[in-house]
Design a protein around this ligand. Structure first.
Ligand code: BG6
Length: 506
């Protein structure tokens, strides 16, 4: 799949990104001094500004409890851009323009101060698209929305973005969605799952539905099983307070991994419209076979990292990072999921994610079935069934493993080699961070890559019995060494089906 140079350059494939300008907007980030804002939202907006996608006059307003003025906030943002983009990659003129867009309001969702000043400032530009990005604790989503309503800040041109996690179970998610829904209509609510904004995740839709090659094989007739791995090499760092209450199942599986599963398993939508795509994803979530208390032991594994080494460097254990004596929170989870419908009956989806694993690698692997009969003798070597590897990050790309004749005279030997589409070799772009794409989609009013309320609920409906099953059975967290691929039980989970995780592909 490595395109020959001429085909790549003479066909209509542009090798540079196209930026479609968006309408003028004012964006208010609640949690504007927080980690997400500094690490991803503001750097993302800077990049959009640098590509001239942000119209003149657009304002980016931080709102948080810290007592800062505009200048002090701009100073913090500048420091964050230097840290997360790098001083050498910042353009002086763009930086000045970007910092000039910033403003700040000291606001506490539970107090009156600050709201009127924010409303007055926004009233200066009533014609603009207004985006309220809620990057706060989800318990504040309802209170913030109520305040916005009190200030009449929920007009037709307003969009509200909800960061994950939306609740910690179905009931709490529904309560949050009810509270937000009392202020904003569903089509103005953008529930973000940043995995959907990743280039490679969108490419999955393209791969499936813009090529005729795969779709006829994309079913239980040709596919043996699917593996989805999201491995991180980092630990919980300073997010311990949040993470210890959440754990890997809520933090990664309920949202990111189930969304990936949906995109792999869904039926072709009639067109690429927000509801058409979300309808199909919802059907997948509803077709997931429940994992009940009776199944948790066989179908799930929980793990927690202990001190070890990642990439040759010593790494502390979870409890040390947390400064706690004990915790029952899983930092790793592996699951066997099944989609009970005509297309996927009998095809297991093995899912796993963990922190402080051997390497940072996220892959979707479609393992095809073996050929029904071999015409080759034993001396030629074993025929390995075809495998399609979608590398989400890092080293983004697609690899299709095929059996090939080993070149050379004398005898016939077979070899399993990949056709390799490497993004780095094929495209010369800087890949926009997922948040860049998603923020601009919000301004454009395109909700295709955001979760609808019923999707969030359906995902929790599948997750809740696993959580209660773990509790009822007191399923323990199995230790794994930082820098490994998780606990031995995860190997056993897939080995019971006479299969194994494809670490060689990672
Ligand atoms: C977040 C999780 O949603 O995704 C984090 O809360 C995780 O725990 C992160 O580290 C991973 O995102 P990415 O884009 O780095 O793969």
């Amino acid at each position: 799949m490595r395109p020959d140079k001429d085909a790549a350059t003479t066909e209509s494939t542009p090798m540079t990104a196209q930026f479609i300008p968006v309408d003028p907007f004012d964006l208010v980030v609640f949690g504007g001094t927080g980690d997400l804002a500094m690490r991803r939202l503001l750097p993302g907006l800077y990049h959009r500004d640098a590509d001239d996608q942000v119209p003149a006059g657009c304002r980016i307003i931080g709102a948080a409890r810290k007592d800062l003025d505009r200048g002090a906030y701009a100073g913090r943002v500048k420091a964050a851009l230097e840290c997360f983009i790098g001083p050498a990659s910042l353009d002086g003129k763009v930086l000045e323009r970007f910092l000039g867009r910033l403003d700040y309001h000291r606001i506490d969702a539970t107090r009156d101060e600050g709201w009127r000043a924010l409303a007055e400032q926004l009233a200066e530009t009533p014609e603009r698209v207004r985006v309220f990005y809620l990057a706060t604790d989800p318990s504040l989503f309802g209170p913030i929305c109520r305040r916005l309503a009190e200030m009449n800040l929920n007009s037709a041109a307003t969009r509200v973005v909800l960061e994950k996690p939306i609740g910690h179970d179905l009931a709490s998610a529904e309560a949050i969605n009810d509270a937000v829904g009392q202020v904003f209509f569903e089509d103005r609510i953008y529930r973000i799952d940043h995995y959907l904004g990743k280039e490679t995740v969108q490419n999955l839709i393209t791969l499936r539905f813009a090529n005729s090659l795969f779709e006829p094989l994309w079913n239980s007739g040709a596919v043996d099983h699917v593996q989805i791995t999201v491995a991180e090499d980092i630990g919980v760092g300073d997010r311990g307070d949040y993470y210890d209450k959440a754990g890997a199942l809520r933090d990664m599986v309920q949202n990111h991994i189930l969304q990936l599963l949906c995109l792999v398993a869904m039926e072709p939508p009639a067109f690429l419209d927000a509801d058409a795509v979300r309808d199909e994803k919802l059907k997948v979530l509803r077709a997931l076979k429940p994992i009940t208390e009776a199944d948790v032991k066989a179908a799930t594994v929980r793990g927690q990292y202990q001190a070890g080494a990642v990439g040759g460097r010593p790494a502390p254990g979870y409890l040390e990072e947390l400064s706690a004596d004990a915790s029952d929170t899983e930092t790793f989870v592996a699951l066997k999921a099944e989609v009970e419908n005509w297309r996927w009956a009998g095809v297991p989806f093995y899912l796993r994610t963990g922190k402080r694993m051997a390497t940072r690698a996220s892959d979707i692997i479609i393992q095809f079935r073996a050929v029904p009969h071999s015409i080759f003798g034993e001396a030629t070597g074993q025929i390995v069934a075809n495998r399609l590897v979608l590398r989400l990050q890092p080293d983004e790309g697609v690899r299709l493993f095929l059996m090939t004749k080993d070149p050379g005279p004398g005898g016939l030997r077979l070899r399993n080699v990949p056709l390799n589409l490497s993004y780095a070799e094929t495209f010369t772009l800087r890949y926009p961070d997922a948040y860049e794409r998603l923020l601009m989609d919000v301004v454009r009013g395109n909700a295709t890559l955001f979760m609808r309320r019923d999707e969030v609920a359906a995902a929790w409906r599948w997750i809740d019995p696993i959580l209660s099953g773990w509790q009822a059975r007191q399923q323990p967290v199995r230790p794994y060494t930082a820098g490994s691929w998780g606990p031995a039980d995860a190997v056993a989970l897939i080995a019971r089906d006479e299969r194994s995780w494809f670490e060689d592909a990672l």
